[in-house]
Design a protein around this ligand. Structure first.
Ligand code: F6R
Length: 359
């Protein structure tokens, strides 16, 4: 039931702080130690490499997850689009462990990979929002997202839940591997900060609605750019915008823009820079300068400690690994208000279905 909300998407965006608290409650004990099936962790400890598999938004959540697994566990981690991996399996490590990310648990391309890897005798985990879904039943292990039903076609709270649950698993697995960085990562406290920060962002809807109507209502093209983890969020942000507002949007690695794609920048093309990481902030800012001088309308989504006077959207500070949980929220709302402003059916964009059961 949407209650007083005009669309499910807006309700689901608003639910994200509650979902973060629910994940803390379900997966972290009083001392902030992850509560994760020991058998799952024992199986993961035998792996020499993690393979994360997903489609669409779930693939984008996996890109963030891989950075968390590598930092907290030191186990090499690769992310694949399921429809690619299914038909062209790369050269594998000796002891792979598979993590399937799927909100619905029904995506045919992802299932195809699961069927193939099971034949090869490899263990797997499905992280899903739907208990007893196909990929949950068929994988060796399941972790639930606890996000509550997601109805809008555009995935929002399932994305942030996927990022948060991967953070829990990365901490648990890192601790099982005696990694000090995983022990020291105060995920419980950080997810509390995230929940408060998300609330502040969803409470600033008026600002986001006016930015959407000012900058995104008319252009044909838009770009989100960032480096590292911010690039991963740029990909998801662009997908949100294109799927519900039909603006042709691309998520781009900031440093790659000048190698060709910058030719697409015209007067007033919106370029939205995501800036949350100390190491890359200055570089992304200079990439934004390059597009300003070509007439682009530049907007920024920036962590507070890196913010400057003319930044557009300032995010509360949080651990650098968890910034996607905050930076994606304004992008979700910019997509929402762009779609709404055009009078489109936000929850049911053309040509799309909530769960994609064809290959
Ligand atoms: C985007 C979106 C899709 C799904 C994709 C995978 O907003 O909803 O990109 O993320 O179809 O679906 P699941 O996660 O159910 O496997």
């Amino acid at each position: 039931d949407k209650g007083t909300y005009p669309f499910y998407m807006l309700k689901e965006v608003d639910e994200q702080p509650v979902v973060m608290r629910k994940i803390v409650q379900e997966y972290l004990n009083e001392d902030g130690v992850p509560v994760i099936d020991q058998d799952l962790l024992e199986t993961m400890k035998k792996a020499d490499r993690l393979y994360i598999i997903g489609a669409g938004t779930s693939y984008h959540a996996g890109l963030v997850g891989a950075r968390m697994f590598e930092r907290l566990t030191k186990v090499p981690t690769q992310v694949f689009i399921s429809s690619e991996f299914a038909y062209e399996q790369p050269i594998m490590s000796e002891r792979p462990f598979f993590i399937f990310l799927t909100q619905s648990g029904e995506t045919a391309d992802s299932r195809e990979v699961l069927v193939n890897i099971k034949k090869q005798g490899w263990p797997s985990l499905t992280i899903t929002n739907v208990p007893k879904s196909t990929l949950s039943r068929e994988a060796s292990y399941t972790l639930l997202l606890h996000a509550g039903p997601e109805i809008a076609v555009a995935s929002t709270k399932a994305y942030t839940a996927q990022v948060a649950v991967q953070a829990v698993l990365a901490k648990a697995f890192g601790m099982a591997r005696n990694q000090q960085e995983a022990v020291d990562f105060d995920l419980k406290q950080q997810l509390g900060i995230v929940a408060v920060g998300m609330q502040a962002i969803v409470d600033s809807k008026d600002q986001l609605e006016s930015i959407a109507s000012r900058y995104l209502a008319t252009p044909r093209n838009a770009f989100y750019i960032g480096r590292g983890i911010d690039w991963s969020v740029a990909l998801e942000s662009a997908l949100k915008l294109k799927e519900i507002s039909y603006v042709q949007a691309e998520g781009f690695a900031s440093g790659e823009l000048k190698h060709g794609t910058i030719a697409l920048i015209e007067s007033k093309t919106p370029v939205i820079g995501i800036i949350t990481q100390d190491r890359t902030a200055g570089l992304t800012r200079s990439n934004l300068q390059e597009v300003v001088s070509r007439g682009a309308s530049v907007l920024t989504i920036v962590s507070k400690h890196l913010a400057q006077a003319d930044d557009t959207i300032v995010l509360p500070d949080v651990d650098p690994l968890l910034t996607p949980l905050l930076s994606v929220v304004p992008a979700q709302l910019l997509a929402y208000y762009t779609s709404l402003g055009k009078g489109l059916d936000v929850d049911k964009p053309r040509n799309l279905a909530k769960s994609v059961t064809v290959q």
